[in-house]
Design a protein around this ligand. Structure first.
Ligand code: FAD
Ligand code: UDP
Length: 407
């Protein structure tokens, strides 16, 4: 069941072809080279091939397309699961939503999360809403006005602009909810105090002054009906796109000609590792899989957060909730955060911001290469932000594309 998502056969070294001059042995020519078959790389490949009939090579070091969105069918339970954590699509960008319609059908899905909070593991809605507060503090808040009044009494006021993730959370929910929901979770997820992280981390989670239980409020919220991998396969399914998995760009870069431009979507510090500079920090996750035979359901929601410091994981994902999958069994994944391993989350602190700026100035001085996506921009992009960013880069760069149909 391991679906590598391959479309075109991997490119063959050119000794299969006759009458090549010897200097062209093992060389291949493309208009556009793309490092990484995640969203950023796939959007660019699709746009160049479909809009300019450009020849495109996509290189992917993993054995599958889709980047961190990759999903597959779990072979013991037949349930579709994501290899790198649950991915919930939500957007307010009409352009992104319209663009994606050509690659997949969508199943409407509004994500809801609960947390198991405090010593008793009280199950409450996250983000914080009226029910959360009533359940944790034995209150009977009924409406938005009462909730606003309660929040105003809790919230910490700051004279200066909010400087870090602790102040961000305290300014929104006050110390009691901070200590129960934000502080211990953030410490586990990031391995550091929220004080050491830029305010944008905890700012991702809103506070609701109503009964809305949804994690997101964007107008478009849905999941690709046949999974993300199938969506990527459709994006990359073009005669002018060659996809080569199991291929590290740095191993083959001297064997390819990229006539127009190269798009690099890997970690920016890896691209410039020859400089010997300090490394950027990334947070990573281990996914601990557990199959529960003849257990129809493990938890009430697809994602249950475990902010309390007594659990050694941050959240548990039960995939059968997504896309209404039925099975006599269930499969769950515990998320354990760690420092080394696959780079998932850029860590927004001063050290990394300054270091990233140094790398970025190198990137700007690198001709014919663009640095795109979550890892190359060192930015906590959601899927829709990554797509919009890639579309806008295509808009800008492709005006200078003259090679239409070369290669
Ligand atoms: P990536 O998906 O990381 O793709 C980059 C690709 O480049 C990778 O496949 C990598 O293997 C490849 N690569 C790197 N270096 C090389 C090299 N030298 N040679 C060849 N290939 C290389 N977003 C949401 O909107 N909703 C969510 O619910 C959500 N959940 C998430 C959960 C987790 C745990 C994580 C980590 C992210 C989540 N995201 C979510 C964010 C989402 O994953 C990103 O927005 C998206 O993956 C960005 O795509 P990308 O192409 O920029 O990067
Ligand atoms: N967060 C928290 N408690 C929660 C949920 C989130 O403290 O129950 C904080 C935590 O710092 C986390 C950030 O908010 O890293 C963003 O949460 P999100 O669910 O968006 O994390 P992601 O899905 O990106 O891992």
């Amino acid at each position: 069941h391991h679906d590598v998502g391959m479309i075109n056969p991997p490119y063959r070294s050119s000794h299969h072809r006759k009458s090549q001059p010897s200097s062209f042995l093992n060389r291949k020519r493309y208009d556009i080279c793309i490092v990484g078959a995640g969203l950023s790389g796939s959007v660019l490949a699709e746009r160049y091939a479909s809009q300019h009939n450009a020849s495109v090579l996509v290189m992917e070091q993993r054995d599958h397309i889709g980047g961190n969105c990759y999903d597959y069918i779990d072979d013991e339970t037949d349930i579709r699961v994501s290899k790198y954590g649950a991915h919930i699509f939500h957007t307010s960008y009409e352009r992104v939503w319209d663009y994606l319609q050509q690659f997949t059908n969508w199943t409407p899905y509004e994500h809801e999360v609960v947390g198991s909070v405090g010593l008793n593991g009280t199950i409450v809605p996250i983000p914080v809403n009226i029910e959360t507060v009533n359940a944790l503090f034995g209150l009977e808040i009924q409406n938005t006005q009462e909730m606003d009044e309660w929040l105003a009494k809790e919230q910490v006021k700051y004279d200066n602009p909010i400087a870090n993730s602790e102040e961000m959370a305290l300014s929104r929910v006050g110390p009691r909810l901070y200590d129960l929901i934000f502080k211990p979770y953030t410490e586990k997820q990031w391995g550091t105090s929220p004080r050491e992280l830029g305010p944008e981390v905890t700012a991702r989670i809103p506070v609701r002054n109503n009964h809305d239980k949804r994690y997101f409020t964007d107008p478009h919220q849905a999941l690709p009906s046949d999974g993300y991998t199938a969506m990527f396969r459709n994006m990359l399914n073009h005669p002018k796109i060659d996809v080569q998995v199991n291929t590290n760009y740095f191993d083959i870069k001297d064997d390819i000609d990229c006539d127009h431009r190269t798009y690099y979507t890997g970690p920016i510090d890896v691209y410039f590792s020859d400089l010997g500079w300090d490394k950027l920090e990334y947070r990573s996750l281990d996914f601990e899989r557990k199959v529960l035979k003849n257990v129809p359901q493990f938890q009430s929601k697809p994602v249950v957060n475990h902010p309390s410091s007594s659990a050694n994981f941050t959240r548990i994902v039960e995939y059968k909730h997504f896309l209404n999958q039925s099975s006599p069994h269930t499969v769950i994944f515990y998320e354990h955060s760690k420092a080394g391993g696959e780079p998932y989350y850029p860590v927004p602190n001063d050290r990394n911001r300054k270091l990233y700026q140094k790398y970025q100035s190198m990137a700007e001085a690198t001709p014919n290469v663009s640095f795109v996506g979550r890892l190359a921009n060192y930015k906590y992009f959601n899927m829709d932000q990554a797509i919009l960013n890639a579309l806008e880069i295509f808009d800008k760069d492709s005006t200078s594309f003259g090679g239409g149909g070369g290669g």
